[in-house]
Design a protein around this ligand. Structure first.
Ligand SMILES: Nc1ncnc2c1ncn2[C@@H]1O[C@H](COP(=O)(O)OP(=O)(O)OP(=O)(O)O)[C@@H](O)[C@H]1O
Ligand SMILES: [Mg+2]
Length: 513
């Protein structure tokens, strides 16, 4: 008889008011398997993860481990059953001031009688764990605060492993990681799976999924579309190219093929709309930046994490200080010291940091979308609210925002749909200069194309667009010009349509020197 799968979820149903988030979903995970969950924004991926990790309870269905029904109705029970959740924001579980080793065994430190921590045992056990994860033990005594997000996640994995976790659940763990950190995490995942652990992994990046998962399960509108093995390359299963398998997955997710991946309109650049002259700021995170973005032009700033591009975008929106240099917006010299200044100068800021910069999650979709215009709409209450409804409905439909009504609280939307609300909000403003910081983080493949189309329409309508992104294909696919940023300065300007511009070449410039 075949052994039962490591983990099974059977006929899971989960309702939220107005939304059937999961409709009789079946899912299984084998020992040593990396199993990716794919689906559009709002498909139900995080909901399934929440049920497996005890953060939410299903209305119907069962969870089995090793063939037996288990109780995972609370996070603690899930943990006792060997299920570990690795969150994107690991900061919440780790104590920044404590070392890697201390964090792994926090509250469970090996003791030497009488009640003294046995530091050498602690560090040697921690080292052993890190080695199993192919993680450099040189960081063992380093405070967690000194590590980047990617390494912090691996520390969280080590901690879970020390608690005997056998099932790891990772919801978009790579969304905020750079390509190097992502590769490290994959090595860790491969090492883990080699020891028989099972991993459920969610990502919107198909290339990643195909490079590390063994099987893929696709959800659509809360239903299970199917589970397929990853079979790219030459093999006995038949020969599928990476592209062919990507298209297969996209069809399963979206229901049809995607049109052009990077729609890019032709526009003739007009007058300079945003000008920077030797601008420095954010406490030295970037310096001497000189650039111009014209009306009807899309300029990209690409750099690896920590290069200062994020701070540059935030400074132009008044979220970080500009310390020297000149900023000209729509022909006028401006001193932008707050978002209010930036908005009144005609700037919009679309950021991946939805909670801090973009949205009021305790308010409705409608209130968020119409926030920038609520003053400019007619002051008679009734007319205003009618217009608000109309504007909100239009954006919800244009951007395919999954929400039962425009009065739903933003907090209740899926991650990707929250990001679409950020877009809708700024599209309804009167801005002429659009700053985008990692605009498509967490956005599904189909919605990304919609967003690129919107950016291209903004450009055709004469907007000036600056996109800061660490997704190289996106920057090269969408922008008219690309500035490569390295250690706080612009290192080079490139034409993405130039055949000499290759991804590898740009990456070298960004990370080298
Ligand atoms: N607490 C809640 N209250 C109401 N609706 C909710 C709640 N949590 C999730 N939903 C809804 O359930 C559906 C599934 O959401 P879920 O977060 O699982 O999607 P997802 O596949 O993870 O999407 P994304 O890729 O955007 O993260 C969505 O329509 C979402 O709006
Ligand atoms: Mg999600």
């Amino acid at each position: 008889m075949e052994a039962a799968p490591l983990l099974e979820a059977l006929r899971i149903v989960k309702n939220y008011p107005g939304v059937l988030a999961l409709d009789k979903v079946d899912f299984s995970l084998e020992r040593g398997e990396i199993h990716a969950l794919l689906g559009e924004n709002g498909a139900g991926k995080s909901t399934l993860v929440k049920i497996l990790t005890g953060a939410e309870q299903p209305d119907e269905g069962e969870v089995l481990i090793d063939g037996g029904v288990v109780d995972v109705s609370t996070p603690r029970k899930a943990q006792e059953n060997g299920v570990a959740a690795i969150y994107q924001e690991v900061g919440l579980e780790l104590v920044p001031q404590l070392s890697v080793g201390e964090n792994i065994f926090l509250g469970r430190e090996p003791k030497r009688w009488p009640a003294r921590i046995d530091w050498s045992a602690l560090y040697s056990r921690a080292e052993e764990l890190l080695q199993r994860l192919e993680f450099d033990p040189e960081f063992l005594r380093e405070p967690v605060a000194n590590l980047g997000l990617g390494k912090q996640q691996i520390v969280a994995v080590a901690k879970a492993l020390s608690l005997n976790a056998r099932i790891f659940i990772m919801d978009e763990p790579t969304a905020s990681l750079n390509s190097h950190e992502t590769e490290n995490l994959f090595n860790t995942m491969r090492a883990l799976s080699g020891t028989g652990v099972g991993i459920v992994y969610i990502s919107h990046r198909l290339e990643e999924v195909l490079s590390c998962a063994h099987r893929v399960t696709v959800l659509r509108d809360g239903r299970m579309v199917g589970t397929v093995p990853v079979v790219t390359g030459v093999g006995p299963e038949g020969e599928l190219t990476v592209e062919a398998q990507q298209s297969q997955l996209v069809r399963m997710m979206v229901g049809h093929d995607l049109a052009e991946k990077y729609p890019r309109s032709q526009a003739t650049p007009g007058a300079p709309a945003l000008g920077l002259e030797t601008v420095s700021g954010a406490g030295g995170k970037f310096s001497d930046v000189t650039m111009t973005v014209h009306e009807g032009e899309t300029v990209g700033v690409y750099g690896i994490t920590g290069c200062g591009s994020r701070e540059l975008a935030r400074s132009l929106f008044g979220l970080e200080p500009i310390q020297s240099g000149k900023v000209t917006i729509l022909g006028e010299l401006k001193s932008v010291q707050s978002p209010r200044d930036a908005i009144s100068a005609g700037i919009a800021f679309i950021s991946d940091d939805r909670n801090r910069d973009g949205l009021i999650v305790g308010r409705s979709v409608r209130e968020n979308i119409t926030a920038p215009i609520s003053k400019s709409l007619a002051t008679f209450g009734v007319i205003r609210s009618k217009q608000e409804v109309a504007v909100s409905r239009k954006h919800v439909s244009d951007l395919n925002i999954r929400t039962p009504t425009i009065d739903q609280l933003v907090r209740n939307l899926s991650g990707g749909n929250q990001q679409k609300v950020v877009f809708a909000k700024w599209l309804s403003s009167q801005a002429r200069v659009f700053l985008f910081n990692e605009p498509t983080r967490g956005i599904d493949v189909a919605a990304k194309v919609e967003i690129y189309r919107l950016i291209s329409n903004l450009k055709s309508n004469g907007a000036a667009i600056l996109i800061v992104s660490s997704e190289l294909p996106e920057v090269l696919g969408v922008c008219d010009r690309v500035l490569v940023m390295r250690r706080g300065s612009i290192a080079m300007e490139l034409d993405p349509r130039d055949t000499e511009t290759t991804q590898a070449g740009v990456f070298d410039i960004a990370s080298g020197g």
